[in-house]
Ligand binder design. Structure first.
Ligand SMILES: [Zn+2]
Length: 398
C-alpha cells in the first residue's frame, strides 16, 4: 500500500498497484486505465478510485473487464514526476529485455516498469479482446482537456467519438511512451490530459472521461440519454474545438540547461510573431511567425520545453484515410530511392538524395512515423500494419 496525496482535495488515499478491477457478469471488452505513470499527477488516481467506488455501490452491470492501474507508485508517494527515470519514456523492446536481464541494478522506476509489464502480459493472456488502453495524465500548465494518440486509423476512429481536441503524432517526438508501446502491439490506446496537475477540475474531467469511455467501449450499457449527458459534461470542460491537430515542432531542452518558460502561456494558445516564449541558458526564444503553442513546460522535470501544433484540415484526414486503405506505400517502393526496410513491410528506407520529392508530411498521410537516421536517409515506420482491426469489428463505434 502506498499513500497518495491530492493537494486539490486535501485528501490522502491508500492505493495498491491495482486501484480497481471488476469482472463483469457478461462477456465484453477489456478496458484498462492507467493513472499516475507520472507521480506528480494524482488526479487520474483519485478519479479512478471514485468511478470504481460508484460502479460497485450502484452495482452497475459490467460487460467484460475493467482495470484501474497505478503507474509509478514510488513517485506518487513522493509527489514527484519520477524518481530516476521517466516511466513514460522508457517503454521499448530493448529496454524490456535489459530490465529483465540485469536483475537488481535497475532504478526504482524500471522496477515499476517491470511490474507493469508483467501485469500487462497477464491481462493480455487472461482476457478477451477488444482491448482498450487509456492513460490518464495532467499537465504543468493550464489547459482544457485533450487527447493524445499515435496516428493509426484505428485510434483515430475510436478517438473521434469523443468531443475533445485530438493531438496526433506525439510519438514522433517522444520515444518510450507506454501508450506507443501498447499501440505497436496493435491495440486501441490513447492518452487523456485532464487539466492542470493540482486543479480540482482535472479530477472532475478525468471522472467524466472515464465514464464516457465505459459507455463508448460498451463496457457499461448506458442509455443514449446517459451517454449524451456524459458527452455534454466532457464538452463543457473545454472551449477548444474538437478537431485533429498535429505536432510539427518540439523544443528539446538539453541536459543541465536552465530553461525558464515565460509565465502565462496556455495550452492551444495562439501566439503572435515576435513573442518571447522562454529563456534557455540565457538565450531568448522568440517566435518568428504566428504559432499555436502546446504543452508549455511549467515544472522543473522534463526535457520537452514546448511544442507547436497546427490543426489538420478535414480534407487531409480523408485523403490520408484513402491512401492508407489503398496501401499506396506498396506502390511507392517501386520508385527509385524507396525500399522496404523490414520483411514485415512495416518500415521504409528513403534515400533523400534520390527520392527528393518525398517529405515527412507525405509519409504522415500514409500512416508512417518518420525518423531521420542521417543527412541522406529517412526511416519511416507504419503505424497501420500492427493494428488488430478485426478485434474491434463488432464494436458499435467501429
Ligand atoms: Zn504525465
Amino acid at each position: 500500500m502506498v499513500k497518495v496525496y491530492s493537494n486539490a482535495l486535501e485528501e490522502t488515499m491508500e492505493i495498491d498497484r491495482i486501484i480497481g478491477h471488476i469482472q463483469g457478469s457478461e462477456p465484453g471488452p477489456t478496458v484498462v486505465f492507467f493513472a499516475g505513470i507520472h507521480g506528480n499527477e494524482p488526479a487520474g488516481v483519485f478519479a479512478l478510485k471514485q468511478v470504481f467506488r460508484e460502479l460497485k455501490l450502484r452495482q452497475t452491470k459490467i460487460n467484460g473487464q475493467v482495470y484501474g492501474i497505478a503507474g509509478n507508485l514510488g513517485a506518487l508517494k513522493n509527489k514527484v514526476r519520477f524518481v530516476e527515470k521517466d516511466l513514460n519514456r522508457i517503454w521499448s523492446a530493448e529496454e524490456l529485455v535489459q530490465i529483465d536481464a540485469q536483475d537488481d541494478a535497475i532504478s526504482s522506476d524500471e522496477m515499476e516498469m517491470r511490474e507493469l509489464y508483467k501485469l500487462l502480459t497477464h491481462i493480455l493472456t487472461l482476457n478477451q479482446p477488444p482491448y482498450y488502453f487509456i492513460d490518464l495524465h495532467t499537465t504543468s500548465g493550464d489547459t482544457p482537456p485533450f487527447m493524445v494518440l499515435n496516428d493509426s486509423l484505428l485510434n483515430r476512429k475510436f478517438a473521434s467519438n469523443y468531443p475533445l481536441p485530438i493531438i496526433l503524432g506525439i510519438e514522433e517526438y517522444l520515444s518510450g511512451a507506454l501508450l506507443s508501446y501498447i499501440n505497436e502491439l496493435g491495440y486501441v490506446s490513447l492518452g487523456f490530459e485532464g487539466g492542470k496537475h493540482e486543479d480540482i477540475v482535472s479530477i472532475r474531467n478525468c471522472i467524466d472521461f472515464i465514464r464516457f469511455t465505459l459507455g463508448i467501449t460498451e463496457l457499461v450499457s448506458y442509455s443514449v440519454q446517459e451517454l449524451d449527458r456524459f458527452k455534454r459534461e466532457l464538452l463543457s470542460a473545454g472551449e477548444v474545438t474538437n478537431r485533429f491537430y498535429e505536432i510539427y515542432y518540439q523544443y528539446e531542452i538539453e541536459t543541465g540547461s536552465s530553461f525558464i518558460m515565460e509565465p502565462g502561456f496556455e495550452n492551444f494558445q495562439k501566439i503572435p510573431k515576435g513573442t518571447q516564449l522562454a529563456v534557455d541558458n540565457g538565450n531568448r526564444l522568440v517566435t518568428h511567425r504566428k504559432r499555436q503553442i502546446f504543452m508549455p513546460l511549467y515544472q522543473e522535470l522534463g526535457s520537452e520545453g514546448f511544442y507547436f501544433i497546427r490543426s489538420v484540415p478535414k480534407v487531409l484526414l480523408w485523403i490520408s484515410k484513402g491512401l492508407r486503405k489503398f496501401k499506396v506505400d506498396h506502390i511507392l517502393v517501386r520508385l527509385p530511392g524507396i525500399k522496404w526496410k523490414s520483411l514485415k513491410k512495416d518500415a521504409l528506407l528513403v534515400d533523400l538524395r534520390i527520392a527528393k520529392f518525398m517529405v515527412k508530411s507525405f509519409f504522415h498521410l500514409l500512416g508512417y512515423r518518420a525518423r531521420q537516421v542521417n543527412q541522406t536517409h529517412l526511416v519511416v515506420k507504419s503505424r497501420e500494419v500492427a493494428s488488430k482491426n478485426v478485434d474491434y469489428k463488432d464494436a458499435r463505434w467501429f
